[in-house]
Design a protein around this ligand. Structure first.
Ligand code: DGY
Length: 323
């Protein structure tokens, strides 16, 4: 008999079929208490769980006593209570490599659109304000040749450094848990303390996972360290930034502009003060959201679940020790 799995995210047809070749699949719309109660038997017998963007905590795990592996269609796994998974010997698989280049493209798009005010001036054109040759009130600031500070030198940070170094001739500063030889040798990156990076960078790009250590890492004191001309970019996780402090920094001119793909609360509430600021580009967490990359992530996540339930955890496993 095939193992049973719960699928909580729609998959492209061919991937759904691949999943069904290996498992008996129950597809549910989310992991809410109501949904779990409605499909109680399927949850009780499931050995695998596949999806994204939903909390997987001990309350859910209690309803899934047979669970052996979870597979998330994402690189980030802050939605998972990893300690609770470890305590129950449940594997956690993720997609660390599938989205690297696409998220780096999103970061570069945020850098360019904030610097050159792309969204704001395009809106002004649509509003009929382009009635004569433009003056300085439409100008932006340069990107090429400016100093880029990258906070978090993982795969995505490295892909951003590559774009900035070769494409935009930007000197690169970076802060990370450890020095990164490749960033230094290939892209001339200079490791520095976070405060030094914040003081020296023209563009501060955050690409960090959300953990206990990174929660609100960037708050009031850190914004005060940045240049008044600094442009702040976040495409990692919203709660790494104290959003209230960010709003104040923007309102008080502590920093020049912000490009944001992630927020403390998602979707971003319509009454967020961020949306009233012309120098903010706010995106709906599109970091990896291209057709190609989302397909590749889903495909990797399906393969990850098949591997994990067959005891193969050499790649893409967060907690291989529980095997
Ligand atoms: C991830 O994979 O964690 C991304 O945030 C999704 O875009």
């Amino acid at each position: 008999m095939k193992p049973s799995v719960i699928l909580y995210k729609a998959l492209p047809d061919d991937l759904h079929k691949r999943l069904e070749e290996h498992f008996t699949v129950t597809q549910v719309k989310n992991l809410s208490q109501e949904t779990v109660a409605q499909h109680a038997e399927a949850f009780a017998s499931a050995e695998g769980l596949l999806g994204s963007s939903e909390k997987v905590d001990s309350a859910l795990l209690e309803k899934m006593p047979k669970l052996r592996a979870t597979s998330t269609i994402s690189v980030g796994y802050d939605n998972f209570d990893v300690e609770a998974l470890n305590a129950r010997n449940v594997l956690l698989m993720h997609t660390p490599t599938a989205l690297t280049e696409t998220v780096a493209d999103t970061l570069m798009a945020l850098v360019l659109s904030t610097a050159r005010r792309v969204v704001e001036v395009a809106e002004r054109v649509k509003a009929g304000e382009w009635t004569k040759s433009i003056g300085p009130d439409w100008f932006g600031v340069d990107v090429h040749g400016k100093t880029l500070g990258i906070v978090g030198m993982g795969r995505i940070g490295l892909a951003l450094a590559q774009r900035a170094h070769f494409g935009f001739n930007m000197p690169i500063l970076y802060n990370a848990r450890r020095q990164h030889k490749e960033a230094e040798e290939r892209f001339n990156g200079r490791y520095c303390e976070l405060d030094t990076l914040l003081q020296e960078a023209d563009y501060v790009c955050l690409i960090l996972p959300l953990t206990e250590e990174t929660h609100h890492l960037i708050g009031k004191a850190k914004f005060e360290k940045m240049k008044k001309t600094a442009i702040f970019i976040n495409a990692g996780r919203g709660p790494v930034v104290d959003e209230k402090a960010l709003i104040e920094a923007l309102q008080q001119g502590e920093i020049h502009a912000a490009g944001l793909d992630v927020f403390e609360q998602e979707p971003l509430p319509i009454d967020s003060p961020l949306l009233a600021l012309p120098n903010v580009v706010a995106l709906p967490h599109i970091g990896s959201a291209t057709h190609e990359t989302r397909y590749n992530m889903a495909s990797t996540a399906v393969d990850n679940l098949i591997d994990a339930l067959n005891g193969k955890v050499e790649k893409n496993c967060v907690n291989p020790q529980v095997k």
